[in-house]
Ligand binder design. Structure first.
Ligand code: FAD
Length: 493
């Protein structure tokens, strides 16, 4: 039996931990954030709280022109702590350009497995909420397809509208409460929170991981980049730090000044390491509509309009992260304070309908983001980040269909695009794809058997939908290959 070090506890890391422990292996899980399971979690947009839960890469590390703000979850459970719990399967068209063996039919059993474990289902009575009704009517008026309920990983939702950043009522079936709880029940999981992996090396046929302790850091753990290191050793390592941090960890490992007795990772293809990341086309369009939509009732995003290449989703009128970080404000209000702002906000919760766009960023801008370690993470893109073609027009038509007035988007106000759905950076590929960082079958880093990347960074292209479900299905599939559940030759690698 192997000792496996899993780095990161989001969707990919939690699935790897569960599968390895249930197969009899021991797992040591390193997570740089905190364990929130027994902590009081306020419904608060207080930055001091948010910055303990969200990794954002703000201006001092952000070199993008024009600006692109990337935010991701952090803590035991990773993105599942802060996400909106939406689990949409990717449409077949999303898989064009993926390695052989990846299509909707292949992934369907894995999607189903994840849905079962997380209890994924639409919110009961979803179409009765005023926001859903408005969304349905707006879509009809704009000539768009009828919205369908979002499949959600929520159990016993109180419909308070505050799923993000963390359900204060514990109704989100996070990875900490499901996959990691399963792993813990085996007695073979050791969880080490507030450990940030610094680099990975080898010692004979073992892998070693050096990590920083983040106990002394009050927030923004992702910025820790020096200090005393602790070492752990294992037979296998799973890198599951997400699309921004996984490529950076591999890059840091290549460049690290290794301690005595350590050997470097074997050389692997790096032409695409940290490159080819897409923000999944994330864009937000808000609008004030005459009817009361009571945006704060229901879950944060309940329905979606399926337009093939992208979806539109209704979003709570005050998306917490965007409001706090980008100062989303009503149209015509120049400052984030003052009488005009107060007056406009009086009806904000009642009449603001947010429409989120999710798909693949526009031609020339998709797969255009890159990350590097520069003593802090630097995110760059060489062209403006644009929404999927036709998506802004569709979102605006929906709001106008309700007689609504468009609000300035965060991106118009601050010239800053915003994504919470980055994918890519360690893209997987077929054997013939010499530049792929990992093999499509077992997601092993090329030339480094036993070192795997299992998270959103391996997606070669956006799934055209909120990515967690596809990341999870890909992780389950890879674990089947790694554990030999299916003969390898059935799975191109
Ligand atoms: C506000 C918000 C709402 C969202 N809503 C949805 C939604 O409804 N549906 C959906 O599909 N997606 C949603 N997403 C996106 C989703 O959260 C991510 O796509 C998903 O979590 C990515 O999974 P992952 O396994 O790649 O990594 P993550 O879930 O990001 O997990 C990576 C983990 O690794 C840890 N880590 C990183 N670096 C290190 C290191 N060096 N050492 C140790 N630990 C490290 C991080 O702290 C984190 O916990 C949302 C995201 C946000 C921010």
């Amino acid at each position: 039996m192997a000792h496996v070090i899993v780095i990161g506890s989001g969707f990919g890391g939690s699935i790897a931990a569960k599968r390895f422990t249930e197969a009899g292996h021991t797992v040591e899980l390193l997570e740089m954030g905190e364990d929130w399971r027994n902590q009081v979690t306020p419904q608060s947009a207080d930055p001091a709280f948010l910055f303990r839960l969200l990794r954002d890469y703000p201006h001092d590390y952000l070199l993008t022109k024009p600006k692109l703000l990337v935010a991701q979850g952090m803590g035991l459970g990773g993105g599942s702590l802060v996400y909106s719990a939406i689990h949409l399967r990717a449409p077949q068209i999303a898989f064009h350009g993926w390695p052989a063996g990846y299509d909707r039919a292949h992934l369907d059993p894995y999607y189903a497995r994840v849905e079962q474990r997380l209890g994924v289902a639409p919110l009961p009575g979803v179409e009765e909420f005023p926001r859903s009704r408005a969304f349905i009517d707006g879509a009809a008026a704009a000539g768009l397809p009828r919205p369908a309920p979002n499949p959600l990983a929520l159990a016993g939702c109180t419909a308070c509208g505050w799923c993000v950043p963390l359900c204060g009522f514990g109704k989100k079936t996070t990875m900490a409460h499901t996959y990691l709880a399963d792993a813990e029940r085996t007695g073979k999981l050791t969880v080490r929170t507030r450990r940030k992996a610094a680099y990975i090396g080898r010692a004979g046929n073992k892998y070693r991981v050096a990590c920083w302790k983040t106990e002394a850091v009050k927030r923004d753990y992702q910025r820790v980049n020096d200090g005393p290191l602790v070492m752990v050793e294992g037979d296998k390592v799973v890198v599951a730090c997400g699309a921004i941090e996984s490529p950076v960890l591999l890059e840091r490992s290549r460049a690290a000044d290794l301690p005595e007795g350590w050997e470097p990772l074997r050389a692997f293809p790096t032409a695409r390491l940290g490159k080819g990341i897409d923000g999944t086309g994330d864009f937000l369009q808000g609008g004030f509509v005459p009817r009361a939509v009571d945006g704060y009732k229901g879950s944060v995003m309940m329905m979606h309009v399926d337009l093939g290449e992208f979806v539109l989703e209704d979003v709570h009128g005050i998306p917490v992260g965007a409001t706090v970080m980008l100062e989303t404000r009503p149209h015509g209000v120049k400052k984030a304070w003052g009488q005009a702002y107060k007056e406009r906000f009086r009806d904000y919760g009642r009449h603001m309908l947010g429409v989120a766009i999710i798909g693949r960023s526009g031609p020339g801008t998709a797969n255009n983001i890159s990350v590097r370690d520069k003593g802090g993470i630097a995110v760059t893109s060489t062209a403006a980040y644009t929404p999927p073609p036709g998506s802004l027009e569709a979102a605006r038509a929906l709001i106008k269909g309700l007689g609504g007035e468009l609000a300035d988007s965060p991106w118009e106000l601050t010239k800053t695009a915003f994504t919470v759905h980055p994918v890519g950076g360690c893209a997987m590929g077929d054997p013939a794809d010499a530049d792929a960082v990992v093999s499509a079958g077992d997601l092993a880093v090329r030339e480094n058997p036993g070192l795997h990347v299992i998270d959103g960074s391996v997606l070669p292209l956006s799934a055209l939908r909120n990515p967690s479900h596809t990341i999870s299905a890909v992780a389950e599939r890879a674990m089947d290959v790694i554990l030999g559940v299916h003969p390898r030759d059935r799975w191109p690698s």
